[in-house]
Design a protein around this ligand. Structure first.
Ligand code: SF4
Ligand code: SF4
Length: 141
């Protein structure tokens, strides 16, 4: 159990990867919610969060100190890579997809933060290989 969501005291992934997405996500005309002034062009098709397409990335929307206390200023409007990073936080348990956890720990390591040890989502837990069969005793005549 973790008493608090570790992301609130981390933010490493917001300052490690380029956060790029389909340009329509920042186009209100297409129903995009990401504030366009917080984004910049990557290719004609892709935009990214400002500050993340540079040698030492840091998203423009990130508030606070990495590894201390952080917050996303546009949390409700954040782009799809942030929404689908693979983290689920619920009742003191944080779950990642295996790929999400690897990327999370890659970003944390780059910031000198220890790796997270978390539970995989239930559907990735190994299933019983063979169903359990009940063995009936033969009836005695
Ligand atoms: S690197 Fe991992 S723990 Fe840190 S903010 Fe991102 S998802 Fe959360
Ligand atoms: S939009 Fe928010 S969640 Fe996404 S990288 Fe920037 S600060 Fe992090």
């Amino acid at each position: 159990m973790l008493a608090e969501n570790p992301c609130l005291h981390c933010g490493a992934c917001c300052a490690h990867f380029r956060v790029s997405f389909y340009w329509g996500e920042s186009d209100p005309g297409q129903g995009g919610s990401v504030p366009p002034d917080q984004t910049e062009d990557v290719t004609g098709f892709l935009r990214c969060m400002k500050g993340t397409n540079q040698k030492r990335p840091r998203c423009i929307a990130l508030d606070g100190e990495i590894g201390q206390n952080v917050a996303c200023r546009i949390y409700a409007q954040r782009p799809s890579p942030c929404r689908h990073f693979g983290i689920v936080w619920s009742r003191g348990v944080v779950r990642f997809s295996a790929e999400g956890l690897a990327r999370c720990n890659q970003a944390r390591a780059a910031w000198g933060l220890p790796p997270l040890h978390v539970h995989p989502p239930k559907h990735t837990r190994p299933r019983r290989r063979y169903p359990r069969w009940r063995v009936r005793r033969p009836r005695l005549a």
